[in-house]
Write a protein that binds this ligand. Structure first.
Ligand SMILES: Cc1cc2nc3c(=O)[nH]c(=O)nc-3n(C[C@H](O)[C@H](O)[C@H](O)COP(=O)(O)OP(=O)(O)OC[C@H]3O[C@@H](n4cnc5c(N)ncnc54)[C@H](O)[C@@H]3O)c2cc1C
Length: 480
């Protein structure tokens, strides 16, 4: 099959996207993986004027996952794509972040979000169920592309380029986008061999509790009503809890030392509720009460991967996106955000495409715009692990002192007084305005427009001074 047989971009495109610009050369693009990143990429590349086929291994597009977050950097894009009403319908607008002590439930750190986030960044911060989020993106992308389920990619020929499915069918395209998640097959082709992840030593139990159960308990009711994201920090683990689905479900992610012999990295591996309760023995009564309500749990082994030297195959017709190239540990809730930003940048850049020879340079542009940000986000996510999991002692006391000072400052500001405390580098990374501005103020489309102003002419004229080969990143230029 040739990907040319896919649907072409429909007529219901938001005209304002990419300033109304559409590629004068429509490419046949195959996106491997129909997760949040793959769907966002398909949507954006279709809006840019290309013909898109998504190949998904699963036999159906289903109801998988639990809580996930749409921070303002993502809401900004989704709303630009016309998905604001859907987001509002499926999301719970997070009001604040509360960092609490494991032993006694004391609020140590507190950062207001809610309307303050809208005011600072112009777009809301939502808590969502992944299945709802996926459905919204699916409904946005599906009219503009061909989505094929039961289509597991087993091998890739990056030079043609083409992919071979488990059925033996070969699918050809002008460009391949690997959006096939943490256990990506396409990444191996970019890296040039198997790429083994490292165990972090942590795993995460995940569970959903009907919110009505919390509402029946005076101690638990505020957890639903306040619409905060709660993080209980403890020695060697932490628990994140917040409401989703119009406050109908309470989402729990519980990090703990990974004690599963030969455990697997999987979003769907079963966990053991009794073992889960045993893990948090001695934690405060709110946590104990919450855990007693958990009907069943999944246990997700957390693996780490170093930033890849390049996201693009050397032949320049295969690029990676989302978890396939920069999987995030779930300590800063930016995994789907980075995948969706990648997609927006790809779409915007490829709206300029007027010649096949531009594919490789456009991919290089994609990497140079995205690499530093995604890598820095990967690193700041990992940093939270060390901040949250400190054993009780001098380092934990120093962390708590910093977080309390930031909380007092936030309360002062909420009362209309002046901020008097320097928040840069605070252990509560959400309180650090500089970090929040970088994370939440980012506009993927604006980044492309800025890049294009400086480099666009050279790229379209293919002047030799522009890098035509994927750039191998050195450790020196990986961070902001
Ligand atoms: C089942 C599942 C449940 C998840 N639950 C949560 C959650 O509750 N909370 C949270 O924060 N994050 C969750 N995530 C992760 C989160 O969605 C991602 O970290 C983030 O959205 C980045 O998305 P991605 O598109 O890069 O990768 P993913 O969302 O992992 O999507 C990758 C897609 O590629 C498909 N795929 C993989 N290999 C192949 C292949 N060889 N051929 C064809 N298709 C292939 C997969 O089936 C999947 O649909 C989940 C991911 C999955 C797959």
């Amino acid at each position: 099959m040739n990907a040319q047989q896919s649907k072409t971009a429909g007529s219901t495109q938001p005209d304002h996207l990419y300033k109304g610009r559409r590629a004068s050369l429509p490419l046949n693009i195959v996106v491997i993986g129909c997760g949040l990143g793959g769907l966002a990429a398909a949507y954006c590349l279709a809006q840019a004027g290309h013909n898109i086929t998504i190949l998904e291994a699963a036999s159906a597009i289903g109801e998988v996952g639990a809580g996930i977050q749409s921070s303002p950097n993502v809401s900004r894009l989704l709303m630009r794509w016309g998905l604001g009403p859907q987001l509002q319908e499926i999301g719970v607008k997070i009001q604040a972040l509360s960092l609490k002590r494991w032993s006694n439930d004391e609020v140590i750190g507190w950062t207001p979000l809610g309307d303050l986030i809208d005011k600072e960044y112009g777009f809301p911060f939502y808590l969502l169920h992944r299945a709802d989020f996926h459905r919204v993106l699916y409904e946005a992308a599906e009219p503009h592309c061909n989505i094929r389920v039961n289509s597991r990619v087993v091998s890739v020929d990056p030079s043609k380029p083409s992919v071979t499915l488990a059925s033996g069918e070969i699918v050809y395209a002008d460009l391949l986008i690997g959006a096939d998640g943490v256990k990506s097959v396409t990444r191996e082709h970019v890296v040039g061999g198997p790429d083994k992840p490292r165990a972090t030593g942590d795993a995460a139990y995940r569970a959903l509790i009907p919110a009505e159960k919390l509402l029946q308990d005076d101690d638990l009711r505020p957890l639903v009503e306040k619409m905060e994201s709660n993080i209980w920090m403890g020695p060697a683990g932490h628990i994140v809890g917040y409401t989703i689905r119009a406050k109908k479900e309470f989402n729990l992610v519980m990090m703990h030392p990974d004690d599963t012999e030969g455990g697997i990295e999987s979003w769907t591996a079963e966990g053991n509720v009794d073992k889960m309760i045993e893990t948090y023995k001695g934690w405060n009564t709110t946590v104990q009460k919450l855990l007693a309500l958990v009907p069943s749990t999944l246990n997700w082994r957390l693996m780490d991967r170093d930033p890849l030297p390049s996201w693009i195959h050397k032949d320049g017709k295969l690029a990676l996106l989302g978890d396939s190239c920069h999987p995030m540990l779930p300590y800063r809730a930016q995994g789907s955000a980075m995948a969706i930003e990648d997609a927006a940048v790809l779409g915007n850049l490829f709206s300029h495409c007027s010649d096949r020879s531009q594919i490789a340079p456009l991919l290089c542009a994609y990497q140079s715009i995205r690499y530093h940000r995604a890598t820095a986000t990967q690193r700041s996510s990992s940093l939270n692990r060390f901040i949250f999991h400190k054993p009780d002692g001098p380092e934990q006391e120093e962390r708590d002192r910093e977080m309390r000072a930031a909380k007092e400052d936030a309360l002062r500001v909420a009362r209309g007084e002046k901020s008097t405390y320097a928040l840069t580098g605070n252990s509560n990374q959400w309180a650090d305005k500089t970090k929040s501005d970088i994370q939440f103020g980012y506009d993927a489309d604006e980044e492309v427009e800025k890049w294009w102003l400086v480099n666009g002419k050279r790229l379209t004229a293919l002047v030799p001074s522009i890098e035509l080969k994927p750039r191998v990143m050195s450790s020196a230029n990986r961070d902001h």
